[in-house]
Design a protein around this ligand. Structure first.
Ligand SMILES: N[C@@H](CCC(=O)N[C@@H](CS)C(=O)NCC(=O)O)C(=O)O
Length: 106
């Protein structure tokens, strides 16, 4: 199950959170309270040198990209079997391919 580092005061975090909830993709929620400066903690620094949310962690794989769409794409790709609503409605195949390709390119 993916772990999402989020602060729901952040718009991109809400987008990722709502997307995962709406599609039924299971994930664990880890609050990074930006108002308390938790993004500057040593613990979060090990997850993201950028010290920004949202971040997705799946096993040893950590996605700290600048685009929350990539996190959504990765969630879909990793958890397709758990999706309860139509993923293509949110995430067309072409976009999935783009995400896969950009993942390989780093
Ligand atoms: N889509 C954003 C997501 C990253 C981002 O800017 N996150 C903000 C919250 S919306 C953040 O973590 N800010 C904490 C900080 O700058 O200390 C990006 O382009 O990088």
């Amino acid at each position: 199950m993916g772990l999402l580092y989020l602060d729901l005061h952040s718009q991109p975090c809400r987008a990722v959170f709502l997307f995962a909830r709406a599609t039924g993709i299971p994930f664990k929620f880890q609050l990074v309270d930006l108002t308390k400066g938790q993004q500057y903690s040593d613990e979060f620094g090990k997850v993201s040198v950028m010290r920004k949310v949202p971040v997705m962690k799946d096993g040893s794989f950590i996605l700290t990209e600048r685009y929350e769409q990539r996190i959504m794409g990765k969630l879909v790709r990793l958890k397709t079997t758990h999706v309860t609503v139509s993923v293509p409605a949110f995430h067309p195949l072409q976009v999935q391919r783009k995400v896969c390709k950009s993942d390989h390119m780093g």
